[in-house]
Design a protein around this ligand. Structure first.
Ligand SMILES: [Zn+2]
Length: 314
């Protein structure tokens, strides 16, 4: 069964052209072999991987996820080997936090598995696009195998679940996908400095005034009191902000003291095991600096331009 499963996986994944001496008649016959997990004779030997590479290189991507069926698993680098990747702890956090947000067949007490392919689907998967994006571009890159966990390989119902299951399958993975998007601006350290990689963790919420009205353009700052480092974001028209600790330069742990700051309001916190924290902020007498920033320079430039025109004409 495991061989059949591997064979079908490989058949769907990569087509490789192989010449074979048949021994019957004369000359060489060309046959197409649908090969077991084969990565092809050379990097980008296949037109479909060339197209995928060119698409990725043509975009300024933050991170990468490729969604397959099936096994209900979140696949983390490396794919081609069972050796751990340089950012192993970072990816473990991502996998754990995403998996916790998944459901199986609508059941919130059951979850997708996560890990390197050899751990969760039973074999190394060499030649994957996720390995290339992470390996060459050093961007956060994973793959996801959607539900079901098990399927009948003869009828292909694992690879092609019944249309009646589509809504459930999407709903079961929806929250995990949102988490991936929230963390997609994570910045990976160069692989030789990965020991100092900051783990992903999302802090989000809204800033409102004392009347409960959202404040637009409020600068929400987040300090790491141990390293003195800070990141910040501006609120949108709903007063919404979101910050990702994996955009910070240095790693932290559960005892690191962080401070969230807007105007003269500050809240201290430490990260927990949930991967995400919701903090609503009420700021009194807050004057959003963002509304002032664009007005003055543009106004001054226009005034100078008008003054110059006026001078020339007179
Ligand atoms: Zn797959």
């Amino acid at each position: 069964m495991e061989n059949l499963r591997s064979w079908i996986n490989g058949m769907l994944r990569v087509k490789v052209l192989i010449q074979k001496e048949t021994g019957i008649g004369t000359g060489v016959k060309e046959i197409r072999i649908l090969f077991l997990q084969h990565h092809g004779p050379a990097p980008f030997s296949e037109s479909m991987t060339q197209a995928e590479r060119d698409l990725i290189l043509s975009k300024d991507i933050d991170s990468f996820v490729v969604i397959h069926s099936f096994s209900a698993a979140i696949l983390l680098p490396w794919f081609y080997t069972s050796a751990p990747p340089p950012h192993q702890s970072f990816y473990e956090h991502l996998g754990k936090n995403m998996a916790r947000l998944t459901k199986l067949n609508g059941d919130p007490s059951n979850h997708f598995s996560y890990g390197q392919p050899y751990e969760v689907i039973g074999y190394n998967a060499s030649g994957s696009s996720s390995d290339w994006v992470y390996g060459k571009l050093n961007k956060m890159a994973i793959a996801v195998e959607m539900e079901p966990i098990y399927g009948n390989f003869y009828t292909q119902d694992g690879f092609h679940p019944s249309p009646s299951k589509i809504k459930t399958c999407c709903d079961d993975f929806y929250e995990a996908m949102l988490y991936f998007l929230e963390t997609s601006d994570s910045i990976l350290k160069p692989k030789n400095q990965s020991y100092d990689q900051s783990t992903l963790y999302i802090v989000w919420g809204h800033v409102s005034d004392e009347m409960g009205n959202p404040i637009l353009g409020a600068k929400v700052e987040l300090y790491n009191n141990d390293t003195g480092e800070r990141i910040y974001a501006y609120t949108d028209e709903n007063g919404f902000y979101m910050l990702n600790l994996a955009t910070m330069n240095h790693r932290y742990n559960s005892s690191t003291k962080f401070t969230l700051l807007v105007g003269d309001v500050s809240i201290d916190f430490q990260v927990d095991d949930n991967g995400r924290k919701h903090v609503e902020l009420t700021a009194s007498n807050y004057i959003p600096e963002l509304s002032l920033v664009p007005v003055f320079p543009v106004g001054i430039i226009i005034l100078v331009a008008i003054a110059n025109i006026y001078k020339r004409r007179n």
